[in-house]
Design a protein around this ligand. Sequence first.
Ligand code: NAD
Length: 492
Amino acid sequence: MSIVRQEMMLVDGEWTSGGRDEKIEVVNPTSEEVIATVPRGTREDARRALEAAVIAQRKWEETPPIKRASILAKVAQLIREKREELARVLTSEQGKPLFEARLEVDGSAAHFDYFAEFARRIEGDVLPSDNPGQTIMILRLPIGVVAAITPWNFPSAMVARKLAPALITGNSVVLKPSSNTPLSAVELVKIVDQAGVPRGVVNLVTGDGSEVGDELCGNKSTGLITMTGSTEAGQKIMQRASNQLGKLILELGGKAPFIVWRDADIEWALKCAVWARYWNCGQTCISSERMYLDSSIKTKFLAKFVQMSKALRTGDPTSKMTDLGPMVSKKERSTSERFIDLAEREGSKIILHGGRSHLKKGWFLGPTVIEGVSQGSPLVQKEIFGPVVPVLEVETFDQAIDMANDCEYGLASYVFTKDNVNVMKAVQRIKFGETYVNQVGPEQLQGAHTGFRMSGLGAEGSRHGLELYTQLKTCYIDWNDSPSLPYLFPYH
Ligand code: NAD
């Protein structure tokens, strides 16, 4: 048996294997081989990390934001210097093509630069009082300790998106990455450590959501929980956080509608539709998960969409010739395959079945397109999170909007039309946290990434996201030489 990398956790500035001997094996989804292990952290490890974070935060909070910003800028610089190495680690544990992994690593660096810019802009208010000789100040203070819980589909960017705003606002962090893809988090935390973030301000505990995650979410030391992941896990976290009324940012599942109207730039819409569904092998929360096509263009559009889907190259994600790598795990592929089986059972027409690929190893699944699906089917209502897309037909633009909104998720949505009235209807009436008009994502740093309904709570990115890492505090200050108030005792 070959020797694999053994990574550790960071608790109170020390790299440690924690309180239990057991390891989590990290498997390369292309080769199906174990490439590394990380500790299966315990509840006690999580508690130790929280204790360290509480103590370290007091000093970090007193560090001027501009000094914190210089450390964040250093983190960004180190990420850029290690771009290739980090991208290869990411691809090896998650399976996305190296081209996409490099872009993700660039995005991680950009998060640290972007939030560093807020050092001089963590703003409060100064307000006039109703009384003479008094002033009111509203301040934004750090919350304290942030529990950051991340998924496997963007194992680097999701970590950066939480660490950077937490740190610039003076919070400390305990990070728990997904057990499928902990290596990118380990590498980022090594960089954070190297950049000079003080001991205990960032802690990393690897382990199960049901143990380490559960402890972080329900512990009285945790002030804010910022979690990206499934709606189901988000609901459990919300219940658990009620223990200490922990503040919550939840970025959860999506089921993005992709509407193409007859007046759109069809060639462009096609290119966007293909990318929006198959990017990251369909494992993106803003992926196009259901297409609504104007009935007058449907047949032609769909024929070309299938042709372009078929032309995508599935294979080794480290090859320049690959468009789609494997799915992250056997379990995730099975979930997508169950949706394809269901489509067959429901009598829908599978017009392209990508299958498992010619390669002997790897959790591959090729592009799959399904027609004749009903709006009420789980294929249209539930998150598929793989390269499988149901296609529906609509007669009017208003009908497309109604069908788009008829879903418990409300994260991203797409509209392709050149008609201004349609654009404004989409802007106002599509009740989703993001609407991309004649374009695709990914979301940008200055945009608020947020969800309606079961897609989440709060926001990430933008100043709105940043503010959620702060606690409001109001100070009433009396500066009268001879203070007096008409309503103090005695009343007569
Ligand atoms: P997941 O919910 O299985 O896990 C996410 C994280 O939560 C992991 O670290 C996991 O260990 C932890 N976790 C699970 N149960 C927990 C619990 N009870 N207490 C505490 N922590 C717990 O999600 P996943 O499979 O890793 O990621 C895919 C999901 O993430 C999809 O639904 C996708 O849409 C969503 N996602 C959303 C966004 C967004 O911005 N809205 C971005 C990326 C992914």
